[in-house]
Design a protein around this ligand. Structure first.
Ligand code: AMP
Ligand code: MG
Length: 427
């Protein structure tokens, strides 16, 4: 945790133009990310188990890569000084260097060694003549003019020198990074502890799956989408179930979550005019601000920290609507948890494509509509996924991207260019 002794919100309110009643999406994201800090603790894991983890330290290369001077091409290893400046040169073939089996002797004066890609460069060779430009005549190879000193050579340590950082602390280990560590012969890496995140849903109307919903009750889906998003982000998830809108139960759950977790995510109970238990309990157990963010869906959101004794956790009180939960998670919680995981920031990629249908859009807030990116005639385009109500989870399930309509934009006509954020790879 940062800023232990300073009021969180006095820090934020000193920022220019920070109004919790009307925050832009960018302001809210920056505020959240600026307050959290990486969780303490790291462990050593086998490189095979490092996938999805964040490096706690630089990975230093114990070797030069490549480990020896070698050929970048199939061809002939020669001594450049032997070659005629103009006209062909005939060189006596001295032998062959294979990848993994060296020629083992210097190139003799006036000679050439046949060499394969990746094979160790024989001593005294300083030029590789590619196979395609040469021709063989019996025991000799004929090399045309115009070969350059040091051409087609890869030098020892050229990609990575021994003692240099191959991977920096804060790197998320993807398959490429796992392979890179393995290519250096590294068996174990030091990774940060995964943030531990407690999740619970609030609301008297919620029924857990397996239960029989009474009239007016609905199944709790938010814990499942949240659990999935958290797992893909590499967090450790503590599922705390459904908590009724009851002050005692809420207090017990919040205290338990503050003791166990680095961050707590709740859904429901933060909207205006709501039975106020959840908001009141958040405020009582810590320092929590209720933000009205100029976005749709996801306008009301609570952010702050709660404590039980000397243990505290960041709190994200997300709205109850299932789509709002996912949108606010991706826009605010994801960057915060990446920062808590110690990972370097990774913005969600976004780009511009034409939208094939008209979209209704009010000015003054950023809208995250759900869309389908598709290719047509060699061009990527986007269309919305039907009804866009913030309770309609199907609009997310059918989508492969968000259509991000910036605050200042009005209605979209067919063919207008819009910003999209692909959902694949959001983990
Ligand atoms: P709230 O923010 O608590 O007023 O909830 C807004 C809407 O989201 C209501 O229609 C709730 O029934 C619905 N909702 C709240 N929590 C969940 C949940 N865990 N799963 C599915 N829907 C929910
Ligand atoms: Mg509720």
């Amino acid at each position: 945790m940062t800023n232990e002794d300073t009021s969180l919100f006095s820090l934020l309110s000193s920022l220019d133009g920070f109004d919790p009643e009307a925050l832009s999406v960018d302001q809210a994201r920056e505020a959240v990310v600026s307050l959290v800090a990486p969780v303490p603790g790291h462990e050593r894991v086998f490189v095979r188990h490092a996938l999805g983890r964040v490096l706690a330290e630089d990975v230093i290369s114990p070797i030069d890569v490549p480990g020896h001077d070698n050929s970048a091409m199939d061809g002939w290893a020669v001594r450049h000084a032997d070659l005629a400046a103009d006209g062909e040169t005939r060189l006596l073939i001295a032998g062959t260097a294979f990848a993994g089996r060296a020629f083992g002797a210097p190139v003799p004066p006036g000679g050439a060694v046949r060499i394969m890609t990746g094979a160790v460069l024989p001593e005294d060779a300083d030029c590789i003549v590619v196979q395609e430009v040469s021709r063989q005549e019996g025991e000799r190879v004929v090399v045309p003019a115009g070969q350059k000193l040091h051409q087609n050579l890869r030098r020892r340590g050229e990609d990575l020198a021994v003692g240099k950082a191959a991977l920096a602390a804060g790197t998320l280990m993807r398959p490429a990074e796992v392979g890179l560590a393995a290519s250096l012969g590294i068996a174990e890496v030091s990774v940060r502890r995964r943030p531990r995140v407690a999740v619970f849903s609030t609301g008297d109307e919620l029924c857990s799956i397996g239960g029989q919903p009474a009239e007016g009750q609905i199944y709790d889906s938010n814990r499942y989408t949240l659990g999935g998003m958290l797992e893909r982000l590499g967090c450790e998830v503590l599922d705390m179930g459904v908590v009724r809108d009851d002050p005692d139960l809420l207090e017990a759950s919040f205290r338990e979550a503050a003791r166990q977790a680095d961050a707590v995510i709740t859904s429901g109970g933060v909207s205006v005019g709501e039975a106020d238990f959840v908001k009141a309990m958040m405020a009582r157990l810590g320092e929590v601000a209720f933000w009205k963010i100029a976005m749709k869906p996801g306008r009301p959101m609570a952010f702050g920290r709660i404590a039980d004794g000397d243990r505290q956790a960041w709190l994200f009180g997300l709205p109850g609507n299932p789509v709002a939960v996912m949108v606010t998670f991706y826009q605010f919680v994801r960057p915060a948890l990446l920062a808590m995981a110690g990972a370097r920031p990774r913005d969600l990629p976004s780009f511009q494509v034409a939208c094939t249908e008209a979209l209704k859009k009010g000015r003054g807030r950023t809208e995250f509509q759900r869309g389908v990116l598709f290719a047509e005639g060699g061009q990527w385009k986007v269309r919305p996924t039907g009804a866009q109500g913030s309770g309609i989870l199907r609009s997310m399930a059918d989508a492969n991207c968000f259509i991000v309509l910036e605050a200042e934009r009005g209605n979209i006509a067919p063919g207008d260019v819009v910003t999209v954020q692909p959902m694949d790879g959001l983990a």
